[in-house]
Design a protein around this ligand. Structure first.
Ligand SMILES: [Zn+2]
Length: 353
């Protein structure tokens, strides 16, 4: 099996290369059966200017990992002049720039476009510029978040601080904005994590909106109860783990086609950053695609459906043509601060023996 990961964070640069670099990311992808990765727009400096994008493409080129396609998203700000410029940059740097990314709430390395007015303005500007490309959004609505509830000594409080309704309301907003503006691009909802959000996307599809969504392995495998364990703090990410029962419903939505694909949201930090300084959000995910496929097999996915949700659906959506070559694996999980799926791996491997 080979995979495409449309949602990774490559870090790099002076402040962040201790957790990940573009070169290392591409090598891990190659060694893990992943033939294409799309980097999100929020490294430092963020991919919000032509120069940052050009430098990032060059960084990928210098890594010289020819087996892996290195795509990236341009970052969207509330500045409509910047949005207009990014539409031009998107056209200029095909196919490397795969689309735009809009953070509707703040997450790691602030790039949020927070108010409804600004969000609407962005979609309106893209529409006026005739943008027909991909628009991927991180849906979490700031006014539904409760940052004061967060208490590091009770890691599960993170799930209350960024509740399901923050995602659901944000999905409603973006669907409303694309319909109101007549947006002609392709809307992708990133890391969808709440069943109710999926239902909104399905209803919008039926109403003729060009929208798709991806789900992360952690939202299929874990619920918020996992954060009660002694190492629960490690599983802090945005959007957070959800209610008991939700992962099973998300698996079914992925199996039956309501969710279009999987994406890891690979977002490594150092162990120290996860557990003491900052309690940063994000977990590694890129090295374990074979494990995710194995997990789907235990949940009655056909091989065809596994292929669809782990590569084909993304390639079709992004109209991307990459050679689908299956290569021998080298395990790279030990390159990261921790293995989020260790117990699952033991269980599935035990079953296989
Ligand atoms: Zn992400």
């Amino acid at each position: 099996m080979i995979y495409v990961d449309p949602h990774v964070h490559g870090r790099d640069g002076e402040e962040e290369s201790d957790k990940e670099t573009v070169e290392h990311l591409l090598q891990v992808a190659r060694d893990s059966g992943v033939v294409a990765v799309f980097e999100m727009s929020n490294p430092k400096p963020p991919l919000t200017t032509e120069k940052a994008i050009r430098d990032r493409i060059e960084l990928g080129r210098r890594a010289n990992v020819r087996e892996v396609f290195h795509g990236l998203y341009f970052g969207i700000t509330a500045d409509r002049v910047q949005v207009r410029d990014m539409v031009r940059v998107h056209r200029k740097y095909q196919p490397h720039v795969v689309g735009g990314k809009l953070f509707m709430g703040h997450s790691t390395n602030n790039l949020g476009v927070i108010t409804e007015e600004e969000q609407f303005g962005v979609i309106e500007e893209l529409t006026q510029q005739g943008y027909e490309g991909i628009l991927t959004v991180h849906p979490e609505k700031e006014s539904y978040m409760h940052p004061k509830v967060w208490n590091p000594s009770h890691p599960v409080s993170h799930c209350m601080a960024r509740p399901p309704q923050a995602e659901v309301e944000s999905v409603k907003d973006i669907l409303r904005f694309v319909q109101a503006t007549g947006f002609r691009g392709k809307l992708n909802i990133a890391h969808i994590s709440v069943p109710e959000s999926v239902e909104l996307v399905v209803a919008a599809k039926h109403a003729g909106v060009d929208v798709a969504c991806g789900v992360c392995p952690h939202h299929l495998i874990y619920d918020m109860g996992e954060m009660l364990s002694p190492t629960g703090i490690l599983l802090k990410m945005n959007p957070p783990l959800r209610m008991p029962g939700d992962p099973d419903r998300m698996v079914e939505y992925l199996r039956t086609g309501a969710i279009d694909w999987m994406e890891t949201d690979h977002a490594p930090h150092t162990y120290r950053q996860k557990t003491e300084s900052g309690f940063l959000s994000g977990i590694p995910g890129l090295p374990w695609w074979d494990l995710y496929a194995e997990f789907l097999r235990t949940r009655n996915f056909t091989e065809d459906r596994i292929r669809a949700v782990t590569s084909e659906a993304v390639l079709q959506r992004f109209k991307l043509d990459v050679p689908l070559v299956d290569r021998p694996r080298t395990y790279r999980g030990n390159d990261y601060a921790f293995h989020p799926y260790e117990a699952l791996e033991r269980k599935l491997l035990r079953k296989a023996h």
